[in-house]
Design a protein around this ligand. Sequence first.
Ligand code: IPE
Ligand code: IPE
Ligand code: MG
Length: 257
Amino acid sequence: MMDHAAERSGYVAPVELAALDPSRMPRHVAVVMDGNGRWAQRRGLPRTDGHAAGEEALLDTVWGAVDAGVRWLTVYAFSTENWKRPVDEVRYLMGFNERLLMRRRDELHARNVRVQFLGRRDWRVPRRVLRRMDEAVDLTRHNTGMVLSMAFNYGGRAELVDAVKALVASGIPASKVNEKAIRSHLYDPAMPDPELVVRTSGELRTSNFLMWQAAYSELVFTDVLWPDFRRGDLYAAIAEFQQRNRRFGGLDDPDVR
Ligand code: IPE
Ligand code: IPE
Ligand code: MG
């Protein structure tokens, strides 16, 4: 039987790293890892098995990004809206992310990846999970390779609310509020904007991901469900990005055309 994903529009065939233009590699790629539940449901499995199967997709994507020379990879692991899910699924996701960090932090460290988290450390995140997050951050703090940002209990609107709160608390006069001031209060002010945002599973929206930072990102959507996603799918998204003409509101450079 033909792979279901291949039958749907929006499916992009995997691409080899060698087919990419190294001079046009995005510095920062962000990924909305979506479709775990549907992946599991299609197999008659509980949704949580889909989350578990997403671990391999994540690691293959991380190593694929490292090998491609991507400097920043940001993945959407849990949104501020995901608390609306059934309590058992939320509990599973908390424990899953905690175990994933324990299982994978040493290999990430060995490959010089710096791990950080974007999101709210509020009372809903179990203390145990926060501890594992801190451990992974501390372990990899001085690494100089790719930065893996895990957006966890992350919402783009929440990030802007938190930035505005910090700005107001700093006592800045209204006349001094500008884009630079807001940016300097985002969760990681040093993080460059993603040139490319990828979303799996055929959903055509950003779901509150990196609202500020993705204002001018190229968006690539694929029908591949997250647990099936591999580095070749990342490279396919980058290949599509490399075909795009980024204008930022201006006009094409006639010399480039
Ligand atoms: C993405 O997969 C994982 C999280 C949002 C945590 P989903 O769980 O959203 O899977 P679908 O979209 O229901 O298939
Ligand atoms: C976005 O996926 C959040 C993550 C991937 C963590 P969702 O599955 O939660 O998004 P919606 O509800 O389809 O917009
Ligand atoms: Mg989803």
